[in-house]
Ligand binder design. Sequence first.
Ligand SMILES: Nc1nc2c(c(=O)[nH]1)N[C@H]1C(S)=C(S)[C@@H](COP(=O)(O)OP(=O)(O)OC[C@H]3O[C@@H](n4cnc5c(=O)[nH]c(N)nc54)[C@H](O)[C@@H]3O)O[C@H]1N2
Ligand SMILES: Nc1nc2c(c(=O)[nH]1)N[C@H]1C(S)=C(S)[C@@H](COP(=O)(O)OP(=O)(O)OC[C@H]3O[C@@H](n4cnc5c(=O)[nH]c(N)nc54)[C@H](O)[C@@H]3O)O[C@H]1N2
Ligand code: SF4
Ligand SMILES: [Mo]
Length: 688
Amino acid sequence: MQNNYQSSVCPHDCPSACALEIERLDEHTIGKVRGAKENSYTLGVICSKVSRYADRVHHPQRLTQPLKRTGPKGSGVFEPISWDQALDEVADKFLQIADEYGPESIWPYYYAGTMGQLQRDGINRLRHAMGYSRQKNTICTGLAYPGWMAGTGALWGTDPREITESDLIVIWGCNAVATQINVMTHSAIARHQRKAKLVVIDPYRTQTAEKADIHLMPRPGTDGALACAVMHVLFHENLADLAYLHKYTDEPNAFKEHLRDKSPEWAEAITGIDAAEIRAFATLYGQTKRSFIRLGLGFSRSRNGAHNVHAVSCLPAVTGAWQYRGGGALLSTSGSFHLNKKLIEGLDRLDANTRILDMSRIGPILCGDPKDIDDGILVKGMLIQNTNPMVVAPDSSKVHQGMSREDLFVCVHEQFMTETAKMADIVLPATCFVEHNDIYQSYGQTHLQFGPKIIQPPGECHSNHQLINALAKRLGAEHPGFDMTEEEIIDNCLKLSGYPPLTELRDARWLDCSLPFDKAHFIDGFAWPDKKFRFRPDWSALGLNGGVIPDFPDHWPVIDQSSDKTPFRLITPPARNFLNSSFTETPKSVERERQPRAKIHTDDARRIGLVQNEMIILGNKRGEIRIAAEIIPGIAQGTIVVEGIWPGSAFPEGKGINHLTSADTPAPSGGAVFHDTAVWVKVDGSAT
Ligand SMILES: Nc1nc2c(c(=O)[nH]1)N[C@H]1C(S)=C(S)[C@@H](COP(=O)(O)OP(=O)(O)OC[C@H]3O[C@@H](n4cnc5c(=O)[nH]c(N)nc54)[C@H](O)[C@@H]3O)O[C@H]1N2
Ligand SMILES: Nc1nc2c(c(=O)[nH]1)N[C@H]1C(S)=C(S)[C@@H](COP(=O)(O)OP(=O)(O)OC[C@H]3O[C@@H](n4cnc5c(=O)[nH]c(N)nc54)[C@H](O)[C@@H]3O)O[C@H]1N2
Ligand code: SF4
Ligand SMILES: [Mo]
């Protein structure tokens, strides 16, 4: 690496956690951002939005000073104040609220705007030290993780670098070109070197699907049926590995019997995929020993999502693909790491009696829904870091209604004036990743990495760690972590975890935490006491609502089915040039995404008399939004796709996509059902 470049890590909530090299132009300025070639996962390839990161760090609209609201909530009318004054106001208010309504009436609310372990999770140290409400982090992985754990018992799988040794790569419910570019890099190597085949399973022709040899387009929420039909073929065409099944799985005979009537024809009626296509895919999968399935989080975001993820995770247990290099499956690598977060999160101060609020239910919770607040303690104060719930949380109308409550005091710590920050009483300016120190693990690869402070922050931006510590002092919170610098707490966390100290990690740039082959591939057995993969999981043990889930994989028809009133099914996957709601402020990303668009099948459009680019209204009982139609042939009929979590201001009525999504709590243990929404489509008549 040239000496004007410094090693870093992409902080965004993206499974790739790319190893970066950042050009430092001077004490305040970064230049080019590129991927680290020496990193065996990143291989020098990063997405274009992050290669333009200087546009985000040095954006003229970065927040640079603390602000106090002087206009009505949401008006965006603020006046600058000093940090001291801002911290005093927040602390006084929190002390007063806790005094009057109890500490659980304060809800520190966060997610993964940065994936840095310190700057993301340090807010929990303040929470636990003060006895504030706890948070259940369901919004992203709430459905997928229990779905994967149900069968395997552990949150790991095949090392993604083994993709280069695969002969068949199946990307299931994941738009890797947009959301994890390195899966495409490694797949391209396998295709070039070994003529590996690529299969993509997605309800529309994503840029990933365009690159595939085979693209199967199920209707949203029907992956359980597709997986069952594939396994029906595997069992009945002698493509199942019986020796493996008997050694490694719980009930292979009963499962085979259960699948007897789940034929490709049965699945065709449910998924909309031709039975012959299902049979051809099943045969290819069954005949390829080194077959690798990359499960995305995308197809888990339905009311039956956990059940469907489990169904897909059964495939390599039927063929025994786990036994081979380049074979098996992966949902997440999170279980490869063993960071001890006691210091960062103040886990020694956690009181298990404090209540837990489900972050996906922020709308109903702030509106005081008794289902969520059975103790009657209304949320009266919030500190929000690393997330933009006004835009990204489901059931926006409820979120907006709750956030507008005059009796709710909100402090938002942000890099930009997001719609959430606009609702705050106090807004505090936050650093970007190149302006603070952190360590990063990953949910899509196996390196533990350090990202140092490279430049000075603009104006008066403070890091999350600085804010948490300063607020703790004013609130009288006590914990050793509140007296440590970023580097001290990171170093201590590494040592507590049995990892090398920070100085070593800094020099090495990253530490490969991959598991040995036998463990990653479950050759030593699956992570249950009897070491067997579970076709029949103990769903009740995976969440309070687990008992309602059918035991064997199936089509579980609890989704928001289309009806005469709401004949279309909406999915809302990520946009390539945004990262959740981030980058919706950088002009290049917006230029590339142009405007919110609703993709709809050519025949559906013809049927309802819709022409290209015409404005349509999508709606259901939660609300309506106006959006331009994009008519395409490559999409499952009856499906509407709206990519990206655009701010409300990008829509004609100021209402964004999550006005349509539901905050229902799916089984077994919650999550957000972003891709499970029945809608009506009305043709509006006006062109864009
Ligand atoms: N319709 C629909 N909605 C969705 C989804 C979907 O697919 N469809 N996806 C869902 C998923 S999977 C997720 S994970 C959520 C994510 O949604 P969010 O949690 O909102 O995700 P981000 O946009 O990544 O980050 C939020 C904010 O964190 C801020 N931030 C970044 N770094 C820092 C920092 O160091 N300090 C502070 N204080 N702030 C920082 C950024 O400026 C940004 O505004 O959205 C969910 N919402
Ligand atoms: N560019 C970009 N990258 C991102 C993000 C982003 O917003 N933009 N978000 C980041 C975050 S927070 C996350 S969690 C990850 C998520 O990344 P992934 O794991 O890839 O999941 P998603 O991108 O949510 O969804 C991927 C695909 O699932 C498809 N899908 C939806 N419903 C179904 C279904 O029922 N069945 C099947 N088979 N497919 C379905 C969608 O059409 C979409 O193409 O990406 C991260 N990376
Ligand atoms: S957003 Fe994802 S692909 Fe892009 S640089 Fe970051 S980790 Fe890599
Ligand atoms: Mo996510």
